[in-house]
Design a protein around this ligand. Structure first.
Ligand SMILES: [Cu+2]
Length: 331
């Protein structure tokens, strides 16, 4: 929900989550009087590690790279780093096995309210298997219309010849209520969604854009392997210490929307109050990793406030949706 079709944004899976996304892009071509549908799928498999790190691969069955192999595989790592003031940085080193090219991307997102702007610089040592290192730039935007629906678009281009035709895409994204899944419908002139594939118009999209969809499936290892999860509160909810909501005006507010805490990190001073407000038609909790948390599920339009007396770092999550995570920093 926080990236456009051809930009990976600053996304990494949460620790101990295996993320499987499948993207299919189609176009209809008239061949010998018959309409044939050609499908360009790109699959993403990624594992979230601690410290905002992720490891993964993209696999596409119809490569843009003119080579003896039909399939394109890109291996990537990613490090995500919140910079504050709504900015987030992501560094993505990658290797494209079809092109035998070392690729990489540095991306920055800036979020204010429902709007996220995305920018990225990409480097490739041997794009499409051709022996010239090149840079590409990309930019995009995502707008959340409400907790469940978002619109997005992006463009990308090489900075030096041969540039090809600039890549573009537009998408309509949905959170599937009551699930961790997102779905998007897309139109783009890109075939293969790797760093190389999404940096210029794909050969399969000449003359006609591709229409497609992407579905995301997070698999939470923590559900099966509590020892892998760093959070004892999650594995022993029966032992959790329930803390009542405090009264009074809050110094910081965190909205729960679209099955996310809309601020990953909030910083307050000791003695200040943070309030969480649930804008979703689903219940959420605020459960600190020390095992304390909300006395009950927070319903839609409900809230929970907590006064932080001691300086420190307080990670928390939602027990209903363990992929929902946030941090309160108390100075
Ligand atoms: Cu939740």
């Amino acid at each position: 929900m926080d990236r456009s079709p051809n930009l990976s944004g600053t996304w990494v899976p949460d620790p101990a989550v295996i993320q499987f996304n499948f993207l299919h892009r189609f176009h209809v071509a008239n061949s010998a009087g018959f309409n044939a549908i050609t499908n360009f799928p790109t699959f993403t498999l990624a594992l979230g590690l601690p410290a905002n790190l992720g490891l993964g691969m993209h696999y596409a069955t119809k490569t843009d790279v003119p080579s003896k192999v039909a399939n394109e595989v890109e291996f990537f790592g990613r490090w995500r780093h919140p910079l504050g003031s709504g900015f987030t940085l992501a560094v993505t080193p990658a290797f494209n096995a079809a092109a035998k090219s070392l690729d990489g991307e540095v991306g920055v997102n800036w979020t204010t309210g429902p709007l996220t702007l995305l920018g990225a610089v990409r480097g490739m040592t041997k794009p499409y298997g051709v022996d010239t290192a090149r840079l590409a730039v990309a930019g995009g935007a995502v707008v959340h219309l409400n907790s469940f629906i978002g619109l997005s678009a992006d463009v990308a281009s090489f900075t030096s010849a041969p540039r090809g035709v600039a890549a573009w895409s537009a998408g309509l994204m949905f959170v599937i209520p009551g699930s961790p899944h997102t779905f998007s419908v897309q139109v783009s002139n890109v075939d293969v969604n790797t760093i190389e594939g999404r940096s210029r118009r794909g050969p399969g999209a000449v003359g006609k854009p591709q229409y497609g969809f992407e579905f995301t499936i997070p698999l939470h290892l923590a559900r099966f392997r509590p020892w892998f999860h760093s959070d004892p509160g999650y594995t022993r909810p029966a032992n959790a210490r329930m803390i009542p909501s405090v009264e009074g005006p809050a110094n910081a507010e965190v909205k729960m929307n679209g099955i996310h805490y809309r601020a990953d990190t909030v910083t307050v001073n000791a003695g200040e109050i943070v309030r969480w407000v649930n804008g979703d038609p689903l219940v959420h909790t605020v459960s600190f990793d020390d095992g304390s948390g909300t006395p009950a599920d927070i319903p839609q339009n409900g809230s929970f406030a907590f006064k932080f007396d001691k300086p420190g770092t307080y990670p928390y999550h939602c027990t209903q949706h363990p992929f929902m995570k946030g941090v309160v920093i108390v100075k």
